[in-house]
Design a protein around this ligand. Sequence first.
Ligand code: LMR
Length: 327
Amino acid sequence: MKIIRALTLGLLAGFASNSTFAEPTKLIFSHVVGPNTPKGKMAVMFKDIVEEKLPGRFEVVIYEKASLMSDVEAVDAIAEGRIHFAAPALSKFTNYTSKLKVFDLPFMFPDMESVTSFQEGFMGRLLLTSMSDDNILGLGYLQNGLKQLTATTHFSEPGDLQGRRFRIIDTDVLKDQFLALGAEPVPIPWPQTFDAIRAGQVDGQENTWSNIYSSEFYRYQPHMMASNHGVLGYMLITSQSFWTGLKQEERRLLSYALDVALQYGNAVATAKSINDKEELRTMRGIELLEPTKEQLATWRQVMVPIWQKYESAIGKSIVDAARKHSG
Ligand code: LMR
């Protein structure tokens, strides 16, 4: 009897401290884009599921549009355990690993199916743990889409970019890609990119249909080419110490919420790639060039030779696996 009473009191005490007095633990999710993007929508879906499935236990606090920090800073913050989740572009991990540069190699992936197939394969899964020595754990991949080129004035041939300034994410692969084209790469963090484009500090940039449309780059760079020359995807990351410190049931539910949210975000990415391109194509004042196979081959010819320089830093087995999935 005494035991039952003690247990009941214990349960009641636990109940009271969980639901009446204790505040939900805040889980910080920092990202840099707006709400109407694959990443923005994915984050909200994650929050909704977590707060519905674990009421009172967690509150997911989303900081969007770099309102807390840039995504390069977010990678450091994850490593140091200062925030819980982020989904930086795959190009933004260069301070921690060279392996993910495989995603920056121009014309590596002909379509999003080959990107997904690589990421879901053995090597793609392995890359999720490529930064675990630095307390950064990948929990999954999120897509945005293939990258396109935009510029202030008309272009159609690689030579047309000669001497023109292009905004890039700050990585050596993307620098070399634009140097090969005779253009001047200008690394600009995402939060400053719109202002730089509006102020005419750059003549062009590369990004997905979704980012070009949702961030309104087209207003200042109305000439664009469906080059599909690169891929913009994200790795959903967490602090390994935070993740392994969770109770098993909490981890299971957070994993479930992430899986569902990532699937949703990837479906949004696919739909937005089609819809936002169509919005741009039909917009007045936009020149959207669909290059022929032959035209595209001239771009490939200039850009693909830079692969050689990076193969050993990335790892031959990783590059080979990506090529295998790319057909
Ligand atoms: C960029 O800097 O171009 C991208 O990383 C922005 C994004 O979609 O996160």
